[in-house]
Design a protein around this ligand. Structure first.
Ligand code: ZN
Ligand code: ZN
Length: 248
């Protein structure tokens, strides 16, 4: 079993031992080459699949078009989505480990990559809001990876972060196991709400998540924010899956 695999199996122990202790005992392993020290080492960073044009100007789905079919045919509730990478190779593996294998120590580096991207590709926004996780899943996982990213980007870019502004009103099962796109869309509609209308009114929000696939989750978050009076809602994610419908 790989080192990461063993570490994943140890994540249950982390609840007992404390994650920071576990993080200290087990150094990060590069998702690209397996080298020790970082979730993506300096040489593998140069090989990451950068998202470059052409892509949909609205949802950033890669493809030889100005707008993808979905964005051409429907009015999105978000103003746009941007991401530094395509969801493949080492960044995909790193995101999966960060999200599902308890590799919380990946957060600072992943957040820094997002902050650097936002620095050189500014989006309109006053406040960063992580895509919320249902409290049941949060209990299981121990952390919301989107919140860790948003907090890091906020620190690095001097923006406000409002991790409590959105919440999940009901538990949505794992999206990856739901093959049908329409069913996935139904699952997330109305499943997110704002905790404070006053907190959303008049704000320009940047939603933060690790990866965007169908855009359904960001759409739902943007809908809740705009109903509460948000002026604009952009999505900022580490990677965009585009074309592959893997679930969020
Ligand atoms: Zn490497
Ligand atoms: Zn699109």
């Amino acid at each position: 079993m790989s080192f990461i695999g063993r570490l994943g199996r140890l994540s249950g122990l982390a609840e007992l031992a404390g994650r920071s202790l576990l993080d200290a005992l087990y150094p990060l392993e590069c998702a690209g080459c397996g080298g020790s020290g970082k979730i993506i080492c300096d040489s593998c960073v140069d090989d990451l699949p950068v998202l470059s044009a052409p892509y949909c100007v609205v949802c950033a789905t890669p493809g030889d078009f100005a707008r993808c079919q979905v964005c051409a045919e429907t009015a999105r509730r978000f103003d746009g989505i941007r991401a530094p990478f395509r969801y493949s190779g080492a960044i995909r593996k790193a995101i999966l480990e960060f999200k599902y294998s308890g590799i919380k120590a990946a957060a600072p580096q992943m957040g820094d990559m997002l902050a650097e991207y936002l620095d050189s590709n500014p989006l309109p926004g006053d406040v960063l809001v992580p895509v919320p996780m249902h409290r049941r899943r949060l209990r299981e996982r121990g952390y919301n990876q989107a919140e860790l990213l948003a907090r890091r980007v906020a620190d690095r870019c001097g923006l406000d972060c409002a991790p409590e502004l959105l919440y999940r009103t009901r538990h949505v099962g794992p999206q990856a196991g739901t093959a049908d796109a329409a069913q996935r869309a139904t699952n997330v509609v109305g499943s997110v709400a704002v905790t404070s209308v006053a907190g959303a009114t008049g704000t320009r929000v940047i939603l933060v998540d690790d990866v965007v696939t169908t855009g359904n989750t960001l759409e739902t978050c943007a809908d809740a924010l705009k109903r509460a009076g948000a002026v604009s809602v952009w999505g900022l994610t580490l990677a965009v899956a585009g074309g592959t419908r893997l679930g969020e």
